[in-house]
Design a binder for this molecule. Structure first.
Ligand code: NAP
Ligand code: ZN
Ligand code: ZN
Length: 355
């Protein structure tokens, strides 16, 4: 049942169709209830998932769509029952804003796999206000405290925003597959997710090899912590690494040949996909059968693990490499993202959107 809530008009940028550029838009957000935190959005990272969704690449999107799930801002109001946040605190919101809290996944702190349907930050049915959830390309957001993250004031808030998706999406599989010291780990693609994967896996002690289609990114990858860089279009360079990886994290957003990477795993090695290309990717059975390889996938991470990742990053001084843009440049940013021309995450300064 949807109770009639007090609402406030919020300015935003939205996509109105799969083929039209994002443009200014206003919509109604609920005023904070007893359990809610209201955040004035300062920065919002630009994830390739925003682009996939805006263009209905993963299936039909609900328009108008306000994307954005790498949100950092200032708490401006808290409900009467909120305990962890007070006005003036820095706070973050990632890819989810609600879940059932009672299913086995929620009970295991894996809200991203909620059996009753995770409520994602945008383009999900909004059970509280009706319509569909609207994300961080907006001036303010209201989220239940249980889905709001504490943000360290030791880190640059703009460069922290991408941790809320790119950070947790790479941290979670690295932890789940127990990446650590003495392991050889591949990261495929040096974009938003990939560059966080390189930083996090090297902070966990692994020897990281970056695979890229952009030879111009080599120097940056080494600076970010990679031990070596392989240009994946070069078959000779690739074959030098045959049967040698413990783990490979594939962050590529477009079609590519998985078999070229599966054959680089050693016995019992795992390759995990976090990149979500829109077309099915063929896998040769023998690339799994021989050497008992595993091909797996991973979806963001639960709220508890997201906080753990933020605390890990604060402790190790890890943030994203960013290029700050005003919201008015979002359409150009999407075009650059499609050309792999991002170093290494666009972050929107939401103060560029005037009231
Ligand atoms: P991004 O910043 O655009 O980075 C993608 C990188 O993939 C590019 O920088 C490029 O790296 C490489 N690439 C692009 N096109 C390629 C091609 N045709 N062949 C080979 N490599 C190519 O994107 P992102 O924000 O990191 O997101 C990456 C993917 O992860 C997207 O599909 C996104 O939707 C998905 N995602 C998944 C989750 C999850 O929970 N699983 C969460 C967030 C995002 P090089 O220039 O180094 O080759
Ligand atoms: Zn994302
Ligand atoms: Zn649930």
């Amino acid at each position: 049942m949807i109770v009639t809530l007090a609402m406030t008009t919020t300015k935003a940028f939205a996509a109105h169709a799969a083929t039209s550029p994002l443009a200014t838009y206003s919509f109604e957000r609920r005023d904070p209830g007893p359990l809610d935190v209201q955040i004035e959005i300062l920065f919002c990272g630009v994830c390739h998932s925003d682009l996939h969704t805006v263009r209905s690449e993963w299936g039909p999107t609900n328009y108008p769509c306000v994307p954005g799930h790498e949100i950092v801002g200032r708490v401006v109001k808290v409900g009467s029952e909120v305990k962890k946040f007070k006005e003036g605190d820095l706070a973050g919101v990632g890819c989810m804003v609600d879940s059932c809290r009672t299913c086995s996944a929620c009970q295991a702190n894996l809200e991203q796999f909620c059996e009753n349907g995770t409520i994602f930050t945008y383009n999900s049915p909004d059970k509280k206000s009706g319509g569909f959830t609207c994300g961080g390309y907006s001036k303010s957001i209201v989220v239940e405290e249980a889905f709001v993250l504490r943000i360290s004031d030791k880190l640059d808030p703009a460069a922290t925003a991408p941790l809320l998706c790119a950070g947790i999406t790479t941290y979670s599989p690295l932890r789940h597959w127990k990446v650590g010291k003495g392991q050889k780990v591949g990261v495929v693609g040096l974009g938003g997710l990939g560059h966080m994967g390189v930083k996090l896996a090297s902070a966990m002690g692994a020897d990281v090899i970056l695979f890229t289609t952009s030879p111009g990114k080599t120097k940056d990858a080494l600076r970010l912590g990679a031990k070596d860089v392989v240009v994946s279009k070069n078959a000779d360079e690739m074959s030098k690494h045959a049967n040698s990886f413990d783990f490979i994290l594939d962050t590529v957003s477009a079609n590519h040949d998985l078999n070229a990477y599966l054959s680089l795993l050693k016995r019992d090695g795992t390759m995990t996909l976090v990149g979500a290309p829109i077309q099915p990717l063929p896998v040769e059975a023998f690339n799994l059968i021989f050497q008992r390889h595993t091909l797996a996938g991973s979806l963001i991470g639960g709220i508890k693990e997201t906080q753990e990742m933020l605390d890990f990053c604060a402790e190790h001084g890890i943030v994203s490499e960013i290029e700050i843009i005003p919201i008015q440049q979002i359409n150009e940013a999407y075009e650059r993202m499609l050309k792999s021309d991002v170093k290494y995450r666009f972050v929107i300064d939401m103060r560029s959107l005037k009231d």
